[in-house]
Design a protein around this ligand. Structure first.
Ligand code: ATP
Ligand code: MG
Length: 404
């Protein structure tokens, strides 16, 4: 990609309304644009990052048998009345069309139990139809009262939600463990460490676990056992000691990046999601549900990986791998060579922009490898990792070795 053609360019000023690091940096670097509280446009660079995160999540969901689909954002309100959540889900957006007869008929989905359970109830007949693991990466709507933390808390945000359906709780528990492992793999691949904490799962489950990324800007508080490193959620901590071993607990701020629930049978009962077993007896399906905040993860990555100059993307989710800073009109040759090698490369080809301004933009954008090409450097390339201070001079072959 040529930077001269990229929409949009970086901003000098901090945009108004940016109260968090991720919002400020992502907006200044041209990854996102805020439309109103908790609602963002993902600009070309930002969309690339979301896509990379989504692809890692997809890969790990497919590896545990997940089948991807896409459910609607607009839901029939009647389904929400059935579960009682039309009244109890505080953050629900209720929408209506212009006609008098449209009133009270639709809501925007904040989660998808009210769609997937009745959907499956139409298809699941026998134990032979189970187990089933279905997921989507889709926009959710929640009228969050505190939508001030950039991508960490959107009113419209991107979530991966997986739902699993089983003939027994034992089978569901086995799958639950696989999802937990997949989540650890996902956060490792993205590059943000996440600890697992036990959460109070609300009315529908006896056990649920949160994945928390420790960072001072997090809205959640977790407690880490100083001896065993076990993490606990605020709700279950009585004293200042570890409930397992009695050691001191360290209080940390964290971002909840994922959440896994065994749901048991509550929604299945409401929507009569049942099957006939081997003996011909009718039984209620046992289910689990597993969320992961795709857009929140993007914000969390920036909260964890930045410095005073800008973002420092981990390689796996960076929009491009190499940022060529072309000086004195140089750089096109190396740009074309990298493209031919299928390296994801952004080339700052702007004429009449100072070297200092180009370096500042490269630091703000946070692409993992910066390569400077100038009349002086010519056949040697000056390479610098965004996360490191030293620059090195390398040949094209050496550069390819590093970035591929
Ligand atoms: P929180 O306690 O932070 O509001 P939650 O418990 O409501 O989260 P879930 O309903 O379990 O979240 O949603 C699954 C995942 O979706 C969360 O773990 C989080 O990563 C993400 N998520 C939830 N709410 C938002 C939001 N408003 N903006 C961005 N991501 C969100
Ligand atoms: Mg919430």
């Amino acid at each position: 990609m040529l930077y001269s053609k990229l929409f949009p360019k970086t901003l000098k000023q901090i945009p108004s309304g940016a109260e968090s690091v991720n919002h400020e940096l992502l907006a200044r670097a041209g990854f996102i644009h805020q439309e109103m509280a908790g609602v963002y446009t993902y600009l070309p660079l930002g969309w690339k990052v979301l896509d990379k995160i989504s692809d890692i999540v997809r890969d790990e969901m497919n590896a545990i048998g997940g089948q991807e689909m896409l459910m609607p954002a607009l839901h029939p309100a009647s389904n929400w009345a059935k579960t009682g959540r039309l009244k109890t889900f505080d953050a629900l957006f209720k929408v209506e069309g212009a006609a008098e007869t449209d009133k009270g008929k639709t809501v925007l989905g904040p989660t998808h139990e009210e769609i997937i359970y009745p959907l499956l109830a139409e298809y699941i007949k026998s134990y032979k139809d189970l187990p089933l693991y279905l997921y989507q990466i889709q926009v959710k709507f929640r009228n969050e009262p505190r939508a001030k933390a950039g991508l960490l808390r959107g009113r419209e945000f991107l979530m991966k939600d997986l739902y699993s359906f089983h003939t027994s709780d034992e089978d569901r528990n086995e799958y639950y463990e696989k999802v937990r492992d997949a989540y650890f793999k996902i956060f490792k691949r993205i590059g943000i460490p996440a600890v697992k904490t036990k959460a109070s799962g609300g009315t529908f489950s006896d056990l649920s676990e949160e994945f928390q990324t420790l960072t001072p800007s997090g809205e959640d508080t977790v407690f880490i056992c100083s001896k065993e490193g076990t993490a606990f959620n605020k709700e279950i901590i009585e004293g200042a000691k570890c409930p397992d071993c009695g050691s001191e607990l360290k209080e940390e701020k964290a971002i909840e990046v994922g959440n896994i629930f065994p749901l048991k049978r509550a929604y299945a009962e409401v929507f009569n999601l049942s099957f006939t077993d081997e003996k011909g007896e009718k039984k209620i399906v046992s289910a689990g549900c597993y969320g992961l905040g795709i857009s929140r993860v993007m914000g969390a990555v920036v909260e964890v990986f930045h410095d005073e100059k800008g973002i420092v993307w981990p390689v796996t989710v960076a929009p491009y791998q190499v940022h060529i800073v072309g000086l004195d009109g140089e750089g096109e040759k190396i740009y074309k060579l990298l493209l031919a090698e299928r390296v994801e490369v952004l080339f700052d080809d702007r004429i009449g922009v100072s070297a200092g301004a180009k370096f500042a933009d490269a630091d703000l954008l946070g692409i993992p490898y910066r390569v400077v090409v100038s009349r002086k450097t010519r056949d040697k390339l000056e390479i610098k990792k965004r996360s490191e201070k030293e620059t090195k001079f390398v040949t094209l072959e050496q550069l390819l070795e590093v970035v591929k």
